[in-house]
Design a protein around this ligand. Structure first.
Ligand code: ADP
Ligand code: MG
Length: 672
């Protein structure tokens, strides 16, 4: 059985209305171990025949059988397998990959056979040494002479075994000495059992072969036939070529090669890489910043809001715009207890406060005095700015000491003067709770306050809230016992809060509470503030803001992704010849697709890394500039960036990668 058999092979090209018959019914049989020269004038169809023989091109018509297998029925990947396992190509213009050294070029076909790196290198080195290139292993093609490059391409042809060596005008670009040497090498290979098919228009070259086939206008006009007495070699040549790896090995080699190639290509075009990374970096920086900011906002504000507001309803009465004598009555214990008994209410927080006048030296101010228990700071989200909190002893004794808030300090003391240790005078506001009983006379001027009780200021408090919100202004806090003894012995309250049981819907409680209070007080002279509703409003605002930022980030990412797609398309068309070479040595479509996809993903991930760096720098700057928010860009952000960039790379790399994989090997090789 012949090794290769062509029956009625035709290859037609259509250019507009003209049909070019490059091959027009070729019948041919070639035995294993032959040395065949295909001759003919320029344009006679030699290269077309060679491409069909090497499974680089599909014939328009006819049957092509190799080792009993009909190649015309095979798909692209099966043809790639044939090329990889049976053929070795030697091109007139060498077709080496410029960025790989001699050893890397020679080893290329073994990558697609799934042979591991170490085995590949040692075999490539052995082949190159055999071909006299032992001292040129690490030279790039541009650093080698034409004859040396052609020997590298012979090593490449032999890498996977090279049972059939196809050489298209192999001496065409060589000087006569190198050409003669090459022919000698080809003859030696033929003697070792390789089938050698060489295309030439030079009769001198053809004379080295044992059989000549001549083409004219796509038809065979002369064929010497297999020489009489030809014996096919007993065993295939280069039987010590490393066997193809298993599928796991193959996947591993495939990925490693794709990543290495992507890296080389990106490194080779630094400016372009940097510019296309920029778009992704901006997009990722916005996405990461949004995640970081939203997290920071949630941790800072929501935590604070939740602890201060969630599950609470405040009730208050009084109108600061009315004179003291016209204020509505305070809440009585009966009213407060009535609310405490409502279903869904777990406890009440009694806030005892009353209007006082305060004086220091010649300054005086109207303020609210409030009774503070042991949990005062926590309940009112306060912290000590200066001085100290009430001691347990002062609490127990009801000592005549006070904590002032910042507004009170500002009104009573000169700028820069510390109030701690000073004495201020307080007096109950006329008409206020517990104060001198004033008869409310509409239109009468308010009773002048008299501040006569001395209090020692032991500390200044400020809001512990990072957002600076506070429950009331111009507050003076007194030990609870002192407050009750000196300002207001009654149990009436101006304001109080109810704590809801966990998971209770505040609305029905509010409705019932309003109903009860209205009934007990006889009028609707009070207001309420539902913590959860305020909290929700705040959360909604936060979420809306985050969504807006996310939209900006998404747009930046899309713009960046389109940039990457564009650059990858340029890269595919620039590297068409490289794709052709890889396909000629046996790369599958999936290998090519993976290579370009990985390149897009690596490009995007590098951009993502830079983006994370940018947002990290931004976060440091933001943290240095303000105290309100602590923004941190952490591993979580890095993971998000990695996922998002990979997704962008996959999304926008798909079109270029598919385009690269769909190229036909001959077309790709012919492209300059
Ligand atoms: P040779 O290698 O013998 O010089 P080729 O096989 O390259 O000849 O070409 C044979 C004929 O087919 C020529 O007339 C050439 O113009 C034509 N041909 C080759 N490739 C193409 C192509 N891709 N498109 C159109 N015509 C082609
Ligand atoms: Mg040609």
């Amino acid at each position: 059985m012949a090794l290769i058999e062509l029956r009625g092979i035709a290859r037609h090209y259509r250019i507009g209305d003209i049909e070019v018959r490059a091959l027009d019914g070729v019948d041919l049989a070639i035995e294993a171990g032959e040395f065949v020269a295909i001759m003919g004038q320029s344009g006679s169809g030699k290269s077309t025949l060679m491409n069909v023989l090497g499974c680089l091109d599909n014939p328009t018509d006819g049957q092509f059988v190799i080792q009993g297998q009909d190649a015309s029925t095979l798909g692209p990947d099966e043809l790639a397998a044939l090329r990889r396992e049976h053929f070795g190509f030697i091109f007139q213009r060498y077709h080496l990959l410029p960025h790989l050294d001699a050893r890397g070029n020679a080893a290329l076909p073994a990558i697609y056979a799934g042979v591991g790196g170490a085995k590949r290198s040692s075999r490539a080195q052995a082949l190159l040494e055999r071909l006299g290139l032992g001292t040129r292993l690490h030279h790039k093609p541009s650093e080698l002479s034409g004859g040396q490059q052609q020997r590298v391409s012979i090593a490449r042809a032999l890498m996977n075994g090279g049972q059939i060596i196809l050489a298209d005008e192999p001496t065409g670009a060589l000087d006569s000495a190198s050409g003669a040497e090459l022919l000698k090498l080809l003859r030696e290979l033929n003697e070792r059992g390789h089938t050698v098919i060489i295309v030439t228009h030079d009769a001198g070259v053809a004379a080295h072969a044992r059989r000549t086939i001549e083409l004219k206008d796509g038809r065979v006009v002369r064929d010497d036939g297999t020489p009489a007495g030809h014996h096919p070699p007993a065993e295939p040549p280069e039987s010590h070529a490393p066997p193809p790896g298993g599928w796991l090995r193959r996947v591993q080699v495939q990925w490693r090669e794709a990543i290495a190639t992507a890296w080389l290509s990106l490194k080779g075009n630094r400016l372009r890489t940097a510019l296309s990374m920029l778009g992704i970096s901006i997009g990722i920086a916005s996405v990461v910043s949004i995640v970081a900011l939203t997290n920071a906002a949630r941790d800072t504000f929501e935590g604070e809001f939740a602890s201060a507001f969630a599950g609470k309803i405040w009730f208050w009465t009084g109108n600061p715009d009315l004179p003291p004598g016209m204020q509505p009555p305070l809440f009585t214990p009966k009213q407060v207890d009535a609310l405490a008994a409502l279903p869904g209410v777990s406890s009440v927080l009694r806030e005892r406060q009353t209007g006082v006048s305060a004086r220091h030296g010649t300054r005086d101010v109207a303020a609210q005095a409030m009774a503070g228990g042991p949990d005062l700071l926590k309940e009112r989200t306060l912290r000590i700015k200066e001085g100290r909190n009430f001691s347990p002893f002062e609490q127990a004794e009801g000592a005549q000491v006070a904590l002032l808030d910042l507004q009170t300090v500002k009104k009573l003391f000169k700028d820069g003067q510390s109030p701690v240790g000073k004495t201020i005078f307080l007096g109950a506001m006329a008409g206020a709770a517990g104060g001198p009983e004033a008869v409310a006379v509409p239109g009468a001027p308010p009773v002048p306050p008299s501040a006569s009780m001395p209090y020692r200021v032991i500390g200044v408090v400020e809001s512990a809230s990072q957002m600076g919100f506070s429950f009331g202004n111009q507050m003076i806090y007194l030990p609870e016992r002192n407050y009750r003894a000196k300002l207001d012995a009654s149990a009436n309250l101006q304001a109080f809060a109810v704590n809801l049981e966990k998971g209770t819907d505040p609305q029905p409680v509010v409705a019932q509470a309003r109903h009860r209070l209205r009934a007990l007080r006889g009028s609707e002279d009070f207001g309420q503030f539902v913590g959860d509703e305020e909290f929700k409003k705040f959360q909604n605002f936060n979420a809306g803001f985050a969504a807006l930022l996310a939209g900006v980030g998404a747009i930046a990412l899309i713009v960046g992704g389109v940039g990457v797609m564009n650059i990858m398309l340029v890269s595919v068309s620039e590297r068409t010849r490289e794709i052709g070479i890889r396909m000629a040595v046996g790369a599958r479509q999936s290998d090519v697709r993976l290579q370009f996809l990985i390149e897009a993903v690596v490009l995007c991930c590098l951009g993502g890394l830079v983006g994370v760096g940018l947002s990290w720098l931004g976060a440091q700057g933001l943290n240095a500039a303000q105290q309100l928010l602590r923004v941190s860009v952490d591993w979580q952000a890095l993971a998000v960036a990695f996922l998002v960039s990979s997704a962008v790379g996959l999304l926008f790399g798909t079109v270029p990668a598919r385009r690269a994989a769909a190229l036909s090997p001959v077309d790709a090789l012919a492209r300059e």
